[in-house]
Design a protein around this ligand. Structure first.
Ligand SMILES: Cc1ncc(COP(=O)(O)O)c(C=O)c1O
Length: 401
């Protein structure tokens, strides 16, 4: 018989790890805006979520049609050979990698989100005597926090503020902390700040990883969205340092942003073969395989750059249009703008009611550190995902506030 836990039993488990997770930012945003009405005289602009809204790349439908019979087969949880080979070829082209083995150093994932969350579970020993630190930027993509807590780690927050140039600090951290660190999440280009890790930053971090024996997990899902310079990648830097096996490195990427296919739920995890093997083992039990027809679409997407270039042109033009009106510095990467405001919740409500704009309060992307400071407070995030005309209109309306 199934043992359904009574409410009483659940209450006894107050320390359940899931209970330590806060409400997801978009659920909080829904509550914040509940019962408010956007100005009906203006066309609504949804800049709240980072969901690309670009036309479907032309190869999607024909590829799907050609492989629809694949729905009658089980896909492998590692991703089938043709997909891993397409991913490996893209990684080589994009980051100038001399070699990456599609069998042992690459896995398919159902989006970066799954990979980021599950990697912590694959790599942290929940039975260790001492909970290890899991380092992450603050503000951050909330999955890092959820993964660290549920996998049995302790989040170590790196405030990314104007004072740090929005970089997660790695210079001011003591050796004792590094010694007890299991994983470091890096987000480059960063959601929400637009900061991009350069060669020096990744090099320093990898030197620390080697010295103190921890893993670096790079969330590079915005790597193809940048304003001027193409962002470097963790694997590229590892190779440049002579770490040809990508020891201690894992990168996550996906087609959600690069190819504007968030609904495809297809991404990659690549790097150190030992860590990949550990991740593959976890995945063989949790089992989030990608259906074969979708793997074919994904393989076609990694092999094509023309749609990526078209998208990039739209994002760049949108950033130009926005900042020409609004003023300020264009972020190095991602399609987010991160704007300082006095009180972010008040601002978001006002923007919704008066200007028919949906934004996200910055504090929802951060969390309070040990000093009680949420590094996302005092900011709002707007996603420029609706094309150039709306980006300009968004800037005009925000300026009027
Ligand atoms: C920084 C960051 N990482 C990961 C993801 C997850 O994207 P996906 O799972 O669609 O690849 C997002 C989505 O918004 C993101 O902003």
């Amino acid at each position: 018989m199934v043992n359904v836990k009574s409410k009483k039993t659940i209450d006894k488990h107050e320390q359940h790890r899931l209970d330590q997770l806060g409400e997801y930012p978009f659920a909080r945003l829904r509550k914040l805006l509940d019962r408010l009405t956007p100005n009906p005289e203006l066309e609504f602009i949804d800049a709240g979520a980072g969901e690309p809204r670009l036309p479907l790349p032309s190869f999607v439908q024909p590829t799907l049609d050609a492989h629809v019979s694949g729905f009658s087969k089980y896909p492998t949880t590692t991703g089938n050979d043709f997909l891993r080979e397409s991913i490996a070829a893209w990684l080589q082209r994009r980051f100038g990698l001399k070699a990456i083995d599609a069998n042992s150093q690459v896995l398919s994932a159902n989006g970066t989100r799954e990979a980021l969350f599950a990697a912590a579970h694959a790599l942290i020993n929940p039975n260790a005597e001492k909970k290890p630190w899991v380092m992450m930027p603050n503000p951050m993509y909330q999955i890092y926090l959820g993964a660290a807590i549920t996998a049995g780690g302790k989040p170590y927050l790196q405030p990314c503020t104007q004072a740090t140039g929005f970089a997660p600090d790695i210079d001011g951290i003591s050796d004792d902390v590094w010694r007890d660190t299991a994983l470091v999440y890096v987000c480059s280009p960063s959601n929400p700040t637009g900061w991009v890790a350069d060669q020096d930053y990744y090099t320093k971090l990898l030197e620390l990883a080697e010295k103190f024996d921890f893993y670096v997990l790079a969330d590079e899902c915005y790597s193809e969205i940048y304003y001027a310079d193409k962002p470097t990648g963790l694997l590229e830097v590892a190779q440049n340092m002579g770490n040809a096996d990508y020891k201690r490195c894992l990168v996550m990427n996906s087609l959600s942003k690069r190819s504007a296919l968030p609904g495809l739920r297809s991404g990659l995890i690549a790097g150190d073969a030992d860590l990949i093997q550990q991740f593959a083992k976890l995945r063989s039990y949790t089992g989030p395989a990608t259906p074969l027809p979708l793997q074919h679409v994904a393989a076609a997407a990694w092999a094509d750059e023309s749609h990526v270039q078209q998208h990039l042109n739209v994002y760049r033009d949108s950033l130009d249009a926005f900042f020409k009106v609004y003023g300020g510095d264009i972020p190095a990467g991602s399609f987010f703008v991160w704007l300082p405001v006095e009180d972010e919740e008040t601002f978001v409500r006002k923007a919704y009611q008066e200007q028919a704009i949906k934004l996200l309060p910055g504090s929802y992307l951060g969390t309070e550190d040990s000093r009680g400071i949420n590094a996302g407070s005092g900011y709002v995030r707007a996603a420029l995902v609706d094309g150039v005309t709306k980006a300009r209109e968004l800037a005009l309306r925000l300026k009027s506030l």
